[in-house]
Write a protein that binds this ligand. Sequence first.
Ligand code: BGC
Length: 792
Amino acid sequence: MPERFHRYLFQPCLPLGKDGKKATMCQEHLDLARQAAAEGAVLLKNDKNTLPLAQGEKIALFGIATVDYIKGGTGSGDVYTAYLRSNLDGLKIKEQEGKVQIYQPLAEFYRDFLEKERARLEPLRWAEVREMEKMPYGFARSREDSRIRLKYKVGEPELTDSQIVSAAAFAGTAMISLSRISGEDWDRIPRPGDYYLSEAEKTLIDRVTAAFSKVIVVLNVGGVIDTKWLAENRKIGAALLTWQGGTEGGLAAADILCGDVNPSGKLTDTFASSFDDYPSSAGFDAHVEYVDYNEDIYVGYRYFETIPGAKEKVIYPFGFGLSYTSFALSGLHAFCDGDAITVTATVENTGRVPGKEVVQVYYAAPQGVLGKPAKALIAFQKTKLLAPGERQTLAMTFPVNDMASYDDLGKLQKSAYLLEQGAYRFYVGTSVADVTELAYAYEVNEAYRVTQQLVSRCYPVALEERMLSDGSMEKLPVGGTVNRECPVHTPLTAQPPREALHLNQVGIQITPEEFVAQMTDGELAELLGGKGNVGVSNTCTFGGNDRLKIPRFATADGPAGLRLGWECGIPTTAWPVGTLLACTWDTELVYKVGEAGAKEVKENNLAIWLTPALNIHRNPLCGRNFEYYSEDPYVSGKMASAMVKGIQSQKVGTSVKHFAANNKELNRTVSDSRVSERALREIYLKGFEICVKEARPWTVMTSYNVLNGIHTSESVDLTEGILRQEWGFDGIVTTDWGVKNDPVLEVRVGSDMKMPNGYPEELLEALQNGTLTRADLEVCALRLVNTFLKFE
Ligand code: BGC
């Protein structure tokens, strides 16, 4: 056993921060969390410069969300943190600095109301949590069921007329905070109180807008909600979408409200006029056993920009976000050099305060035979903080081949990525709806150019039709059988640094292959499943073999921070949720968050952080959208890559999840995502592909759902075919926790790790009856051992 593994054996751990201080929830991390939370907040509306607040402005704060801050979602994506700064807490700090004056009686009223309601509701909530903890594994791991949290969320109190009148007598400005919570195992609902405003919220808005001439709305939400009312209500002057910002979220909001930070976040989702405007809404929850992805590749802005008549339904477009300053883009050029295209843009801050802008590059491929989205994001870059009058020239380069489309049906060439004949046009701007077309276009002269020949994998057998770019539906071939072939396992393509292992008992130096070869069948079968918790872990461990001195490498959730059980008494930094991080459009910042988060993981003697999560925001209702980045695979992939690189720079493992097409929570373990190969390749797998190829994560977690008729952890096409053979992944494939799928089949398709516990007896029985060979076990074990050697 390498000496550096000793830390996994012992608790407590040594502080890893500077000067012997603890890294976990240290001030530096909290400052970074605050910075990130402010960077990803999106200013949706700002009529007549309602924001920022003027120096010393008097303000009255409305809404229970003023004091009841939602830092993130529930379930495995939750985090136990020491304190939370609400919007009120944040503004109070600004008040101490003389920047605002808060109308105290109302603030106190909300605080008292929250306290009383919590005193009433918390015992009930905890009683339910405790009951839940008695249930078998699946819930019994110190995490709250989303339903419980939602059920005991404190509601909106009714105000008296005199409360509003007195507030208006004190302050000219009103701020209404609204919040939403959602989480694992539970989808949101397209009804009042969740996607839409509740009656109480509507009443509050009506009464406040009637009494105040200046009204600001702050949205503390984890995903898309209805914003039509916000855009249309002229009495609402400004709206700030602060998402769910982690421990310091309320302070980050105050930074923006007071103008200490100039907002630079941009949406990574389209906010449509109504829930029904999303093409996936009608079928989202229509069936328990399956979801038909009929909208195909026309997800998010790809739908709204392309399908006739859809653009008008957009309230706030993808990529959109306002600033307190103004920018001008000039020098928009593109050129092709070999296999890559570079787009340049000069950004000038033409306003009065420093600010940052995000330049986005979209391409439009010729419609051709396959049909294409009218625009697809292909590059982006955020400027540095530009002083008034300052300029920065950005150069964004991408491979020509990234513009290829996947021909799943063989209209031109089956299972090939190809560029069809015609002009590839480019659009540069600051949202998908605010772009300038470049003079330059890239021409493909031949009928089509194959950029990559693949083979058919994860094909649908029951999806009957899909949308085309003119909005019509195309019939798809149905029937056929799902591929359950078992492969010759992929040999390891890239070996990690070789390191001699030694058996303690005999002290012989040996290679990883020799190490695995000397394991007994029983030991191999044991190694392929999770072991119990050690130290502060609550999601179980990889590894664990006393004879061979393999320590237990503990896992921990992710993504919004290191999630330890509250019973451990170790609060950790709650980082802003994934969607917010994506809205920063700042990969360097996301890298830093990954790096800092990994230090907390490491300091607590944990080895694998079960993050990042990058399923596509197919529909606003998915309860876990807050954990994920975007409706767009490119921005998702880039964010996940940055996160993985940051985490793994600390020699802490990641688990990129949930692979793949896990786009709803209800019935997630039985629901079959029926999706075309093209949509899979171009939308649902693309982000994973970018992340795996760019950042080489150490583990990938398959999902709970069924994908085109087969559970993802049993899918040879997914694990061996796509992940290993096509993308060159050489790490561990792990199941998601507690999936009921066949452990023998999982091993045969190269799913190395069964979590949270394995089924060694079943594997040994399969070995006896010949369903599994020792080589099947060894190949998985070797991948495990090779990955363990990367931990430090
Ligand atoms: C979630 C994963 C999580 C795992 C461990 C599962 O329920 O889907 O995202 O990492 O539990 O808590």
